[in-house]
Design a protein around this ligand. Structure first.
Ligand SMILES: [Zn+2]
Length: 273
């Protein structure tokens, strides 16, 4: 097969970016997980300028399975929950750049609200409906599963988790007319048992909320992701793409302690503007 170079592009770790809400006016209680429309546009512009190639999960997993080379600078842009604001403030930016992406949808709450957040954040947001999901598909954006009602799967009886995994996949396939093979665990909640239930339900890849780049040799049903948070600067975003961590975290990890204290001393002596 032309371009099939085993062990080069195929083995390079891939950042699977994890977004949640994108909106111009973040709600304080969910600000950590909300990227402003302006910051999101700048991040997508960076991906374009730095010549990243966004892929769907389908494309990434197919390349891994068939041991095909990945494009230069691969990245997967994922959104958890399917907030309706993303339709207005993230999708047009993706379309403008011609970027595919992946939305993990809560199949049992389409067109309703993120009521599970009332317990964790005290707020809820409107979720996109089926028509919106079909619009995503028409733009080459993959719709994947994020359970029926967004429970912590590892904290409930196996039968309930099995139903969440099986029914959401079935419902998405029925309503969208496409095979659904990918999943993101709600709250990143996964255990050995939940992983086995996901495999049994027919999922071939599943994303967690563990921080890191995803490698070809990783457990496909426990793939790490790279979170993008509301407080991240563009420099943080650039750093995260390379290893999952912010600029400050990278400095802390790479500089020896003595250099860090020296840096603080020098910074402290710098004349204030
Ligand atoms: Zn979620």
């Amino acid at each position: 097969m032309p371009g099939a170079i085993r062990g080069r592009g195929g083995s390079r770790p891939v950042p699977i970016l994890m977004y949640h809400q994108v909106t111009p006016k973040p709600t304080a209680a969910f600000a950590k997980y909300t990227v402003t429309a302006k910051a999101f546009a700048a991040q997508m512009r960076w991906l374009a300028v730095a010549r990243y190639t966004p892929l769907t999960m389908e494309a990434l997993v197919a390349a891994w399975q068939e041991q095909r080379a990945l494009p230069r600078r691969p990245v997967v842009i994922t959104f958890d929950d399917g907030f309706r604001d993303c339709m207005e403030f993230a999708v047009p930016v993706l379309v403008q750049h011609g970027f595919p992406a992946v939305f993990f949808l809560v199949a049992g709450l389409m067109g309703r609200t993120s009521r599970w957040m009332l317990h964790t954040s005290g707020v809820e947001f409107p979720l996109m409906d089926w028509a919106a999901a079909r619009t995503l598909q028409s733009h080459g954006i993959e719709c994947a599963a994020h359970s029926m009602t967004h429970p912590a799967l590892a904290d409930q009886p196996a039968a309930a988790s099995r139903a969440e995994l099986v029914e959401s996949r079935q419902l998405l396939e029925d309503r969208l007319g496409r095979e659904v093979r990918h999943l993101a665990y709600p709250f990143g909640s996964v255990s050995t048992e939940v992983r086995a239930l996901a495999a049994e339900a027919g999922y071939v890849a599943a994303c967690t909320t563990e921080n890191g780049l995803a490698a070809e040799g990783d457990d496909r049903l426990r793939l790490p992701r790279v979170p993008v948070y509301g407080q991240d600067s563009l420099l943080d975003f650039v750093c995260r793409l390379r290893g999952g961590h912010t600029a400050r975290e990278v400095l802390r990890r790479t500089l020896p302690p003595r250099a860090l204290s020296l840096y603080r001393t020098i910074r402290g002596r710098a004349p204030q503007p």
